[in-house]
Design a protein around this ligand. Structure first.
Ligand SMILES: *Cc1c(COP(=O)(O)O)cnc(C)c1O
Length: 496
């Protein structure tokens, strides 16, 4: 059955999946949502015998209904190949009674690779389908991980250019080095003098600027987005929850149909929304545990029903979650508003104008499957240390936020359901914070000395992504004010 996509802010604007992927964001600033969430049409038992690629196909075919089987399989096979350092693509590791779904085995060692390795292929296919003549300019704001994953995905992809904005002082040294050493003539990386929310808002403004769009078109360009607001990122993320469940079933950890919990370190709400979609497709998931760091705007939202971004922005050791405006939450709000675009639009208008909105008690009633929690910096560090000392397994700071929140939840609610924790980054990406958590004395070491030490004490191989940047030259050193972001794009494209 054909699935269409409409804006969360205007029900009348219906497009196909490929058009939604091309556009990224709807014209009215809303996010594209599917006309319905399709049910899985294979049994869990059958899924248990599938590879990651086969599982991905079973999910993608239901959402991206204007793509042919051949097109989808080509996209999937081009994405989930030897760029990943394990054939499993997303292995599941048991440690201290929880199941860590390692989503960091791709090119840039963070979970963004799961979606961003396939998005360029989906986008190119979508452009061909819709007879797009313009070059596609991917505009991306990053809190650290999206940027590199998008750069790696799009570098030297014909017919595309990519511009990445990141907060100059808001990403880890390894994250920054990964981005500024990015090769490819079609790539452009800019540090902004501001935080992630400002980068994201700046990018959204460019998307909504119709004069800019006309100027682009006149020069043979059009924007698209690689941010997690693009439905072409969200849908591939559903696949790994289905895969994880099937894996637990195959290994006899759970019975067919047994409900599991998932715990997700959350920033922009894309990853956990994918889990929510998976649940709505029929995957037996009980609780969706939404873990925040000290930027706990989502925790407060689940506690009170009021979303309030008016607060101090904290820089934490889990920078990819340092976010006060969780863009993808809008898709959930739309849904619990009864798929009512008008109601959602009013709430989002309030968010833009005042930084606050409150949902109705009736809407709140539909959030029962979500559990909000947060971890302080101390709790996050203690979680890394405890798990390491107990099991020898080393997790990154983001994953540790989820592990900490999960541990507290499990204790408080005596809920012993098997739980999958989304492990969103390799510890090698946040080496200093991770090693300092294990022993503060490590802080005196240099960045790459720490990498070697982590490999030694954790008994894990240094990922290729890290080896590659050790001696790579910096090729991007552009820094600009927030207000100059459009000028930076024009300069890169050579248009005025
Ligand atoms: C992006 C990111 C997150 C947050 O994911 P969202 O989909 O934005 O909620 C968590 N951890 C890591 C390592 C990330 O890169």
């Amino acid at each position: 059955m054909a699935i269409y996509y409409s804006s969360t802010r205007n029900a009348n604007d219906k497009v196909t999946a490929s058009q939604a992927i091309l556009k990224g964001l709807a014209d009215d600033g809303g996010l594209f949502v599917p006309s319905e969430i399709p049910a899985l049409d294979v049994s869990l038992k059958d899924l248990a015998d599938m590879t990651y690629q086969q599982t991905a196909y079973e999910v993608l075919k239901l959402f991206l209904t204007d793509f042919t089987e051949e097109e989808l399989k080509h996209c999937i096979d081009s994405a989930y190949d030897s760029k990943f350092d394990t054939e499993e693509i997303a292995p599941l590791v048991e440690a201290d009674g929880a199941y860590y779904l390692e989503l960091f085995h791709g090119a840039t060692i963070a979970f963004k690779d799961m979606a961003l390795s396939i998005l360029p292929h989906l986008l190119i296919t979508a452009a061909r389908k819709n007879e797009v003549k313009n070059d596609i300019v991917i505009l991306t704001a990053t809190s650290g991980d999206t940027g590199k994953a998008a750069l790696a995905g799009f570098a030297d992809v014909k017919g595309t250019k990519i511009v990445v904005f990141y907060p100059k002082n808001g990403v880890s040294p390894i994250q920054e080095k990964q981005m500024v050493t990015q090769k490819g003539d079609n790539t452009y990386v800019v540090g902004i003098k501001g935080n992630f929310d400002q980068a994201q808002t700046g990018v959204k403004q460019m998307f909504n600027d119709s004069a800019f769009a006309e100027l682009m078109d006149a020069n043979g360009y059009q924007f698209s987005s690689a941010n997690s607001i693009n439905i072409g990122r969200l849908v591939p993320q559903i696949a790994y929850y289905v895969y994880a469940y099937a894996k637990l079933l195959k290994e006899g950890v759970i019975a067919d149909g047994e409900k599991i919990n998932v715990a997700v370190p959350t920033g922009n709400f894309g990853n956990i929304l994918a889990a929510f979609y998976a649940k709505n497709m029929g995957l037996p998931i009980a609780k969706l545990i939404c873990a925040s760091n000290e930027n706990k705007v989502l925790f407060d939202f689940f506690e009170t029903g009021t979303y309030d971004k008016n607060r101090e922005f904290m820089l934490t050791s889990s920078p990819s979650m340092d976010i006060l405006i969780s863009s993808n939450l809008e898709r959930l709000i739309y849904r619990i508003a009864g798929n009512d675009a008008e109601k959602n639009a009013a709430l989002m208008k309030s968010l833009t104008e005042t930084g606050v909105y409150a949902i109705t008690p009736q809407m709140r009633g539909q959030l029962a499957d979500f559990v909000g929690g947060y971890a302080t910096e101390e709790e996050t560090a203690a979680t890394i240390k405890d798990l390491y000392e107990k099991t020898g397994y080393i997790i990154d700071t983001h994953t540790a936020v989820a592990a900490s929140v999960y541990t507290k939840y499990r204790k408080e609610h005596a809920d012993d359901a098997k739980t999958v924790i989304a492990s969103t980054a390799s510890p090698f990406k946040f080496t200093r914070s991770v090693m300092k958590a294990i022993d503060p004395q490590y802080d005196t070491m240099g960045d790459f000395e720490l990498v070697d030490e982590l490999s030694k004490i954790g008994n894990v191989k240094i990922p290729k992504a890290i080896e590659e940047i050790r001696n790579a030259p910096v090729v991007h050193d552009h820094v600009c004010e927030v207000a100059q972001m459009p000028d930076a794009v024009k300069e890169f494209l050579g248009i005025r």
